[in-house]
Unconditional design. Structure first.
Length: 287
């Protein structure tokens, strides 16, 4: 199991600073977390840790080399239910993320359906939502196949947060050799799913894991919220049962990349130590 971290540790700091912080934590792996089309004022003036999908790949590659880090994924969380619009992250941005990953030699792009915000999207029934997602992912799947990229669906919406919803969506999308799963331990639990059931059901389709734990105060909201950006506590301090998830992943032979989505350097460090301890009790070594 590879333990990495997302590139959003210190608020209001540029992307290079996030890479530096991950390096200082002693990790060797990182994901490209926030990104955008074109240019943004926040990145131009150094208070947003976002990468442009239109930037020359040598900019990102240079930061990896400077801080001795390896990118494991490009995150491309989209809105796949609402109608296409220039201000929505959708099919075009997904294709750009896949092309950028190909140029960087990164083999995984992670996306999800998100939540609808328009009257049109909210009014869609389950079958219509699956069709909308399928339509918006058709071209990105073609690009992923062309470039040898795994396009991974993350639990981060009403469909993907449960095993039944994810199963129906995967069946509709087909392309099993291209489409996989990024298991987010916090999101799947928060949306009403069970991370252990995800592991038992999807086994080898799980190609990446996002780690976060949730405190007991989230229990009343379970099944009503779909997606949480990061955990505010160290892994193991919450009620999800992260150690059991580590064990279950080992039992199915998972040895892929994982990413910590935990706020606060101290919480990240504690989570790293616990993940290594739990992993080493299952396998001889952990990266």
């Amino acid at each position: 199991m590879i333990i990495g971290c997302f590139a959003l540790i210190e608020p209001f700091s540029p992307l290079r600073r996030q890479f530096q912080l991950v390096h200082e934590l002693g990790l060797k792996h990182i994901d490209l977390t926030d990104n955008h089309d074109g240019a943004t004022l926040g990145t131009e003036y150094g208070f947003a840790a976002s990468a442009s999908l239109d930037a020359h790949p040598s900019i990102i590659r240079g930061m990896c080399e400077e801080f001795d880090l390896t990118l494991t994924s490009v995150c491309a969380h989209a809105n796949l239910i609402d109608p296409p619009s220039p201000d929505r992250y959708g099919t075009l941005e997904l294709i750009k993320a896949i092309r950028l990953a190909g140029l960087l030699g990164v083999k995984q792009v992670i996306t999800t359906e998100g939540e609808p915000h328009t009257e049109f999207g909210i009014s869609l029934d389950r079958k219509q939502r699956i069709f909308a997602i399928r339509e918006k992912l058709d071209e990105p799947i073609r690009w992923a196949r062309e470039l040898g990229i795994d396009l991974l669906l993350e639990p981060h919406g009403e469909l993907t947060d449960t095993v039944n919803g994810m199963s129906d969506l995967l069946e509709s999308l087909g392309n099993d050799d291209v489409i996989g799963i990024n298991l987010d331990t916090g999101n799947s639990w928060l949306g009403g799913g069970d991370p252990l059931e995800f592991i038992r059901t999807f086994t080898s389709r799980i190609k990446h894991v996002h780690w976060k734990d949730m405190g007991a105060e989230w229990e009343p909201k379970r099944g009503t919220l779909f997606g949480c950006g990061m955990g505010s506590i160290p892994l193991g301090d919450g009620i999800i049962g992260i150690e059991a998830i580590v064990t279950a992943l080992n039992q199915i032979g998972f040895d892929g990349p994982t990413t910590l989505e935990v706020a606060g350097s101290d919480n990240v460090q504690e989570s790293i130590q616990r993940l290594r301890q739990w992993s080493q009790s299952c396998v001889p070594s952990v990266s």
